[in-house]
Design a protein around this ligand. Structure first.
Ligand code: NAP
Length: 298
């Protein structure tokens, strides 16, 4: 079987282009420019890169980007005060606090302080609850991006067996909820799952969000399955030279070729779609806050 390699960069470019067009129409017709505030506490190098990329993408989509950077000593109280100001600021439609936060700050307390209407990461319990009960809240960006890819590459989702490996609040659980909403028969795997291989072999769709390189081997994949690999793992790459590394997913990509019908590569699969969906969520939040249906802009 020829395996289709899902080009996440190209798909993300399409989503970003559509968002930029809608943003331009929103400005023309209503004089509204969506604004995204990103908050970074501390100097985690990976977080700094994410924040820079998010800021660039936000501006490229025609939205305002407001960056708030603090050193790691910022108190929880001062961070909560900032969140309160951003909640009240009419020019800010989306708020994203880059995780992880320093140890002295309670992530959950900060996330619950964000107004659910501005929670573009979709991590607030209100949005998690709306997703779980079939409501219309903001959905976490990474699973949303995965769903868009599955809708394009897995055909009709209804009735398919979907196996989501990983049960985190930010990827695994919301991914499973989204697939359930699409009427898939959903199984969730985690570190205590007894027979990962058997569960994988039953699945028409596998979404892995684990963080273990090459966890899913070629002989664990049912012929024709569609695989979305969220995992990002840095491994040694002696072929590139001593001490060099490379990024891989949770699936043995080479071994999946010829077995799966479609698979996302790492890098270049899920990652770019996550940022594109952040922009999509910021637009969705802006439209909801102003009571404007998206169809009015199309
Ligand atoms: P997490 O909170 O650490 O969750 C990992 C999950 O994997 C847990 O549910 C854990 O089970 C499960 N697990 C661990 N070892 C396992 C094993 N051997 N077999 C089966 N399940 C196992 O991670 P996360 O934040 O969801 O992220 C998962 C991966 O996705 C990471 O590599 C992360 O870097 C990547 N990621 C990528 C993007 C992107 O945009 N591309 C976005 C977010 C995350 P327990 O619950 O039992 O511990």
């Amino acid at each position: 079987m020829k395996t289709k390699i899902i080009d996440g960069r190209a798909m993300a470019a399409g989503v970003r282009e559509r968002v930029a067009k809608l943003v331009a129409t929103l400005k023309d017709r209503h004089g509204i420019t969506p604004g995204l505030a990103v908050v970074l506490v501390g100097d985690n190098p990976a977080s700094r890169i994410y924040i820079r990329n998010k800021g660039k993408a936000t501006k490229a989509a025609g939205m305002n980007s407001f960056e708030h950077r603090f050193d790691a000593s910022l108190s929880e109280g001062d961070l909560l005060k900032l969140i309160d100001q951003l909640n009240k600021d009419q020019t800010v439609n989306g708020i994203l606090v880059q995780l992880p936060l320093p140890d002295h700050i309670d992530d959950a307390k900060v996330i619950s302080a964000i107004s659910p209407d501005k929670d573009v990461d979709g991590f607030h319990v209100i949005n998690a609850g709306l997703l779980a009960t079939g409501g219309d809240g903001l959905v976490p960006c990474t699973p949303l991006g995965c769903l868009l890819m599955l809708k394009k590459y897995a055909g009709k989702l209804s009735g398919k067996n979907a196996f989501v490996i990983g049960r985190s609040n930010i990827v695994g659980k919301p991914m499973a909820q989204l697939l359930l909403k699409e009427s898939c028969t959903v199984t969730i795997g985690h570190s205590k799952t007894r027979d990962l291989r058997a569960e994988c072999l039953r699945a028409d769709i596998i979404v892995t969000a684990v963080g273990v390189a090459h966890l899913v081997k070629g002989d664990m994949i049912k012929a024709g399955a569609v695989i979305i690999d969220v995992g990002q793992n840095v491994i040694l790459a002696p072929e590139k030279g001593e001490g060099k590394t490379r990024l891989v997913g949770d699936v043995d990509f080479e071994a999946a070729l010829g077995v799966a019908s479609a698979i996302t590569p790492v890098p270049g699969g899920v990652g770019p779609m996550t940022i594109a969906c952040l922009l999509k969520n910021t637009l969705t939040a802006t439209l909801k806050q102003h009571g404007i249906p998206e169809r009015e802009l199309v």
